[in-house]
Design a protein around this ligand. Structure first.
Ligand code: ZN
Ligand code: ZN
Length: 127
């Protein structure tokens, strides 16, 4: 009867993502989950996050030189990462409409998606 338990864990983890809404790392998700349900282990949080990302019920945002972030918003949108404070902001896909993605040509593989992370300095950090 592993399924119902897994469902509860998924729900708790998903709720944390929705309530935070700030693209947390797995570590940050774990800290919040742990505060509510001390029985859910770090391994479980990481496993469930990976699982949900693979199933596309959440988004994984790979950050160069940093921990992956997770996002409950799965409608198409881009991200902006502040190089000062490290915050990740949502950008409506419309903002980047003029950008043309050049898909790499390669044989024997299949592209299943892409991730765009704009970098810069956010309003809160000045400039
Ligand atoms: Zn900033
Ligand atoms: Zn997002």
């Amino acid at each position: 009867m592993a399924q119902p338990r897994n469902t509860v864990q998924k729900q708790v983890i998903y709720d944390v993502l929705v309530q935070r809404g700030d693209h947390p790392t797995a570590e940050e998700v774990y800290a919040d989950v742990h505060a509510r349900h001390a029985t859910i282990s770090k391994g479980t949080v990481y496993r469930v996050l990976n699982q949900m990302a693979e199933q596309r019920s959440i988004l994984r945002i790979p950050i160069p030189n940093g921990a992956d972030r997770f996002d409950h918003t799965i409608r198409p949108h881009h991200h902006f990462g502040c190089i000062r404070c490290g915050r990740i902001y949502d950008m409506p896909a419309q903002t980047a409409e003029g950008i043309q993605i050049t898909y790499p040509v390669f044989a024997g593989g299949k592209i299943t998606g892409y991730s765009i992370l704009f970098e810069g300095i956010c309003e809160g950090c000045g400039e």
